[in-house]
Write a protein that binds this ligand. Structure first.
Ligand SMILES: Cc1cc2nc3c(=O)[nH]c(=O)nc-3n(C[C@H](O)[C@H](O)[C@H](O)COP(=O)(O)OP(=O)(O)OC[C@H]3O[C@@H](n4cnc5c(N)ncnc54)[C@H](O)[C@@H]3O)c2cc1C
Length: 554
């Protein structure tokens, strides 16, 4: 962007506006001085930077940079990733003109290609912070190329694999984890039903225990109980974790999770299982979402994922967690890792959109300030800056927040479970909403070019839109976050203790005093903005302390 004083900028803007209002009587074609030919040089070739871009990349990507670069090269080299060389650079983008069936097959071919190159080694069999960070870095890279592929991997490793890891015990780990890592089996995650999505407790699938046979019997009692939207179920998955009400001797013990086989290794649907396709979607067509009915399917007693509750061979229901609410919260734990990868992938998508739109605005010229003068660079228009640069600033901020979230996740302890749940829910909603807003602005900021498939922004809108719905609807998640924060507030006030955790600590200090002389530089300063937030929070806290008896916050 051209460097110029604010006075020069103001007078140049005045000239431009004046030019719009007072039309020159001369030949209208002469007011545009067109370039003799179109040429484009990427800004990084001609512009110098005021900062070290490599250092900035280190701060943004934060971990496993060499691993990320290795995977970038692996993907670039793979024919299945549809790379195209342009001007000595490789661009990789899925072919969205393929049919839904072809896109689904490409997802499986890409998984096979990455599997052969050892990309998934250790994703389930290795434990510890290093292994977890490497997995998260690889997923960051993969989602940059193909969101369908990242979602299929998320379902297989984080939802199915995560359910076995966190909700199962040794017998499940020994039996399923290695085969999951090598794709000897393909897993999916059957929680949502046609009749119940956000309200998981309301699901209607019922499982009973047959004492004589020592088996569970899973049944879909009505059409609204069919499992719906299950990623991987329509064509590929061989196994699923099924969420169901558990009924023991006529007593409903609430939602539990079981493992069921739904296809054999040749892809034939198992007896007592019916499957249908969810059909074409507005994005994510490389994922085969399906519907499943269980017709009194029998599974061994050992297939109950029993980390928090079990049924003994003689049919006794056993659980160390007596409180049904806490038991239910424990069942939902595999969703945490999914929310983290969704949140971080949403910021990457915003950055791809912004990179395209900002580059465009650094090369595109529109309208001249004077008759016969050169046209003005798009990014020199303040209105264009205001459209893109705050979104860019927020994307930087969310990147750092995402890295913080990853750190809480990989260093989690039983004591940090609540913080992790609340922060991951809030970040998932905020990041994915930010992404959709950013992509729409970037699409429009590129004018007609933004509408071209090749420029990726329009397709990313379709691909990433669903992030506000799956693994916790954003609105519902934000309601949970509000409830958790209000409860935390009331509890801390009741005990007369300072706030700790959940990001409320800034309210421990006194109410700041707003200066009387509010100049524009004070208003723009970050100190003032933090102070202003604190004043708002204190006003809000006064409201809560008065309203909490009416709000019934527990
Ligand atoms: C492409 C795709 C892939 C998916 N993959 C899977 C999968 O692999 N496995 C799986 O189990 N599920 C999957 N899902 C399902 C997904 O998790 C659910 O769609 C999601 O939980 C929302 O449920 P719902 O669709 O029933 O919407 P609903 O819960 O019916 O919500 C509809 C609307 O009502 C609003 N709403 C709901 N409750 C409240 C409330 N209390 N107050 C105010 N407003 C409210 C919501 O904000 C939303 O706008 C997938 C969904 C899609 C679209």
């Amino acid at each position: 962007m051209a460097q110029e004083s604010s006075i020069n900028r103001a007078s140049r803007r005045t000239r431009i506006l004046n030019n719009h209002l007072v039309q020159s009587p001369s030949d209208p074609t002469s007011c545009v001085q067109s370039n003799s030919c179109l040429s484009y040089t990427p800004p990084e070739v001609t512009e110098s930077f005021d900062f070290e871009t490599k250092e900035m990349r280190k701060i943004l990507d934060f971990h496993n940079l060499e691993d990320r670069d290795w995977l970038f090269r692996v993907i670039e080299q793979g024919k299945v990733f549809n790379g195209k060389e342009r001007g000595g650079r490789m661009f990789v983008i899925p072919d969205y003109n393929q049919t839904m069936e072809q896109q689904r097959e490409m997802t499986m071919k890409r998984i096979e290609y990455l599997l052969e190159r050892g990309v998934f080694d250790g994703w389930l069999m290795k434990e510890g912070v290093e292994a977890e960070l490497k997995k998260l870095a690889f997923l960051d890279v993969i989602q940059n190329f193909d969101h369908s592929l990242a979602v299929m991997l998320g379902v297989h490793f984080f939802l199915w694999g995560g359910a076995i890891q966190f909700m199962g015990t040794k017998r499940h780990h020994d039996k399923w984890l290695r085969d999951t890592e090598t794709f000897a089996l393909k897993g999916c995650f059957s929680m949502t039903e046609l009749g119940h999505g956000s309200n998981v407790r309301g699901i209607e699938t019922v499982t009973t225990y047959d004492l004589k046979a020592g088996e569970f019997v899973i049944n879909t009692p009505c059409e609204s109980a069919q499992k719906y939207w299950i990623g991987g179920a329509a064509n590929h998955a061989t196994h699923t974790v099924v969420f169901s009400q558990l009924n023991i001797d006529g007593v409903n013990q609430g939602v539990h999770a079981f493992i069921a086989q739904i296809r054999d290794e040749d892809g034939n649907i198992s007896p007592n299982i019916r499957i249908a396709d969810c059909g074409h979607k507005i994005g994510l067509n490389g994922v085969d979402n399906g519907r499943i009915w269980f017709d009194n399917l029998r599974i061994p007693r050992e297939n109950l994922l029993n980390s928090v509750a079990d049924v003994s061979p003689d049919g006794q229901y056993l659980s160390a967690i007596k409180d049904p609410d806490q038991r239910f919260a424990a069942f939902l734990s595999p969703l945490t890792s999914g929310r983290i990868t969704i949140a971080t992938s949403a910021v990457f998508s915003s950055k791809v959109g912004l990179a395209t739109a900002i580059r465009y605005s650094l090369s595109r010229r529109v309208f001249s300030a004077t008759p016969n003068g050169p046209e003005v660079l798009l990014l020199d228009y303040p209105s264009h800056q205001r459209r893109l640069l705050p979104l860019l600033a927020k994307s930087y901020a969310l990147t750092f927040a995402g890295n913080y979230l990853k750190m809480i996740y990989v260093n989690r302890t039983p004591g940090s479970a609540k913080t992790l749940h609340v922060v991951s829910s809030a970040f998932k909603a905020i990041f994915t909403w930010h992404n959709m807003r950013t992509l729409q602005e970037c699409r429009e900021a590129c004018g007609g070019q933004g509408f071209k498939t090749e420029n990726k922004i329009g397709h990313m809108k379709g691909e990433f839109d669903v992030q506000s719905t799956f693994e916790g609807d954003n609105t519902v998640l934000m309601q949970q976050v509000c409830k958790a924060l209000l409860s935390e507030y009331v509890a801390a006030k009741k005990k007369n203790k300072p706030f700790k955790g959940l990001g409320l600590e800034h309210m421990n200090g006194p109410v700041p005093v707003i200066p009387s002389n509010l100049t524009s530089s004070i208003l723009r300063s970050s100190q003032f903005q933090v102070m202003y937030c604190q004043v708002c929070n204190h006003t809000f806290s006064q409201y809560i302390s008065k309203a909490s008896p009416i709000l019934c916050i527990r």
